[in-house]
Design a protein around this ligand. Sequence first.
Ligand code: C2E
Ligand code: MG
Ligand code: MG
Length: 709
Amino acid sequence: MSSNLAGRYVRTQTSSIIATTVFFLVVALVLTGLVAHVVITMTRSANEIDDARASRAARAAMGAFVGRLSGTTTDNAIWDDAYSAVSSPAAADWAYENWGKTSEDYALYDGAIVIGPDRSSIVSAYAKGKPFQPSAFFGQGFYQQINVAADPGRAPVINFIKTESGIALIASQAIQPFEATAELPKLSTLSFYKEFTSEVIDTLSNEHELEGLRLETTPKPDFLNTPITDMKGAVIGYLVWPSKAPGSAVFHQVYPYIAAAIVILALFLIGVLLVGASEARRLRQLAQTAIFEADHDSLSGLLNRHGLLNLLEGLGNSATSPHRLYLVDLDGFKAVNDAWGHAVGDDLIRLVSKALTACHPEIIATARLGGDEFALAHVGSATCGEMEKTILALFAEPFKIDGRTIEVGASIGAAGRNGDVPPLELLRRADMALYRAKANGRGQAIEYDPELDRERQRVAELEGQLKNAISSGAIEAVFQPLVSASTGAVTGLEALARWRTATGNISPEIFIPLAERCGLIDALGVHMLRTSIEHAKSWPDLALSVNVSPIQLCNPEFAAEVISVLQELDFNPNRLTLEITEGVLMTNPDQARRSIDQLKRVGIKFALDDFGCGYASIGALRQFGFDRMKIDRSLVSALDEGANGADVLRATISLATALRIPVTAEGIETARQAAILRDAGCDQLQGYLMGKPMSAYDISSRLEEESVA
Ligand code: C2E
Ligand code: MG
Ligand code: MG
């Protein structure tokens, strides 16, 4: 996943997690709020309903208290005996006997007062069975009530009144006959009072289920209060009792469960928050890892190709910050992997990564682009040459891994950013330079030059032309005689490819490697084999040698293809020798071996070409079972250069002879060379002296001449 994609993915995921968590929290809080509202409303309503009931009960209690005293007063005031008695001289005694005495210990009243018709003289006044002074006890309010109550026919006047000791309820009514027969004179008044004592209040409290009812002079906050007013409407006290608050009681009963539910909900919400937060954190970390991995190589921890391109993009063009890119490719890394295994190869990559990163302070970034290919971005004043020297110096010393000493080299391709070069183009240029550095040999450093592009262009064009030449049959075969060292007679012919173009001939030294690189060698090889055999059928007594690229041998279909050409053209396999330079045989020795064995079984012979130059070795001679060895032209021409040239040649030929492998010497140009080689033991000679490569027509003419001679 690219870093941008990873970032966008995580942002979306994180916002959806945050949105889900917030949604969850909001829903939970709204539900909690609703439930809390319901519980509070129910609690308050239950309290209010009970408070209203209690207030009604308090009023009823007062009403009952008033009603009782009022009834008692009426029963005694409207009484024929009392009416006649209070207007007699024995009124005081009568009043005492019937009412004053009773007041000593009577539940219905605490005192009885009889006021004469003048509404001021006291006929009789007893409190708790003892005489007392009403005006002192009740104050002036008493006479005001008498004034109102003295009229006959009235219901008793009843009021709460402030007394010396507290509050009392006093009821007054004119003393009158049960039924008046005539108009009544001015009447005496009977008053009963009942003190509002704590016992009275307790009784009311019990009767009306008003727990905690008491009398107070001021209202009590947080309690239920009912005011008590006197006849003028002034508040003289308060009945006070605590609210039962049944809602609150129920609330307190269920409170532990509510508290537990709140705690559980809170824990749940905290859990949701924590899970949300940890999920968001996990996603952020995942994204950071993904972003890092998208830009970095897991083995070395360096930037990868994507990361490098991002970095180059960020650096901008060279006008703002001139910089240079170095591509470093290890030489011989594959051999390290093959020899020591991939674990050691990985360790080497890590070591090289560290070394490259730290090799120069002006290196701003290091990347690993492939198996053994690295890139360094350089910003600073060091020249390209200095940097290349610094990098190559890292590989001058072997690397030490677990006691092993491992040597690898490096090739460097460099490219600077001049003008507005896109990162990909900069990378391509450095790659082009690296390709050239590797082609030039190991341990080279090449800086990009536009000429490299032009050359690449030329090669590409040449590839196209070669392809056409092969398919149109423009590649021809010429033949060079192979001569018997003893008789000088032509015993065989080596076919050599020729490419003649309108602008001149192109050497096989150029087009054969080109065909190998661009995958045309198989087609070219089959074409040459077919052409050579077609010509060779005219020379039935001669052997035919055809050059084969080792790359062809590594193709699993090669052997079958050769055999099918031979069968098709009806050519005797015993006449055919395939010449191979060892070169890349060793890269896939198993397949090469299989092809060689298969072809040898049908009678085809193999010659190891160019022995003595490059890689050709005695080891290869034995390993692949070659039937002949061809000594390279360079060894033959060395005969003219110094004394030990002949010794080297002789030693080489003796080695082959010891292995019973016949030897051909190539590139013989002088009779002296021919003589030395013949003496040394070569049984076959080849070279301009014996005959240059020539057309089939020329070969036929020469053979004719020889047969005539
Ligand atoms: P080679 O197979 O070793 O061929 C011998 C080369 O030496 C030929 O060069 C030949 O012209 C040259 N030569 C022979 N005698 C003398 C001499 O006395 N003096 C000098 N200076 N040169 C001499 P040529 O034809 O240019 O071929 C070069 C190489 O190209 C061949 O070396 C062979 O490896 C390869 N080649 C040529 N044709 C083919 C082909 O059809 N297929 C493949 N795979 N390779 C081919
Ligand atoms: Mg050859
Ligand atoms: Mg050769």
